[in-house]
Design a binder for this molecule. Structure first.
Ligand code: PNS
Length: 163
């Protein structure tokens, strides 16, 4: 059984992530979406909130699991008895950063393989950071976010969390 871990901050999950997860579930037997900590980021949503939003978005997909782990990605991957990481690559934006992470993970554990999937054209510029910026100034994000996530982020705005 080929199990892939799809790690990320997902603050919040966007339609770009969703597209990637849907495509990955058609390639791997099981995809574990793991909410993790990127120590260079400050998060709008708590881990629990991010996990709940993702679970809600993915409720219709069978071979997917949502989890949270605060630690090294390679430790989590090994814990789940696999060696496969799957990540999305947007045109121009991600290469250096993802290359660095993939090689570091490979250095730490040579058995680990990172598979990159190219984002769909319509999501190639989309990011959670961009979406948060739009919501902060009340721009329309309906094309970028699943409905439940759009509601949740609007609530954060109304609670004054996005100043
Ligand atoms: O969505 P992001 O913020 O680009 O995801 C980055 C993430 C969370 C996958 C990365 O920071 C990560 O793997 N964090 C876990 C800690 C770790 O293993 N760091 C070393 C990576 S080389």
């Amino acid at each position: 059984m080929k199990i892939a871990v799809y790690p990320g901050s997902f603050d919040p999950i966007t339609k770009g992530h969703l597209d990637m997860i849907e495509r990955a579930t058609k390639i791997f037997d099981k995809v574990i979406v793991c909410v993790m900590v990127n120590s260079s980021k400050n998060y709008l949503f708590t881990c629990e909130e991010r996990v709940e939003l993702i679970k809600d978005v993915l409720s219709g997909i069978e071979n997917v699991e949502v989890d949270f782990y605060d630690g090294l990605l390679i430790d989590y991957v090994r814990m789940r008895n696999t060696n496969i990481i799957v990540k999305g690559l947007r045109a121009f934006l991600d290469f250096e950063y993802e290359f660095q992470m993939a090689l570091t993970n490979k250095h730490l554990d040579n058995e680990i393989e990172t598979f990159f999937m190219i984002t769909s054209n319509k999501h190639s510029y989309l990011s959670s950071t961009l979406v948060k910026e739009l919501v902060k100034y009340q721009g329309d994000v309906s094309d970028f976010l699943p409905k439940n996530v759009e509601k949740a982020i609007q609530k954060k705005y109304e609670e004054g969390c996005m100043k």
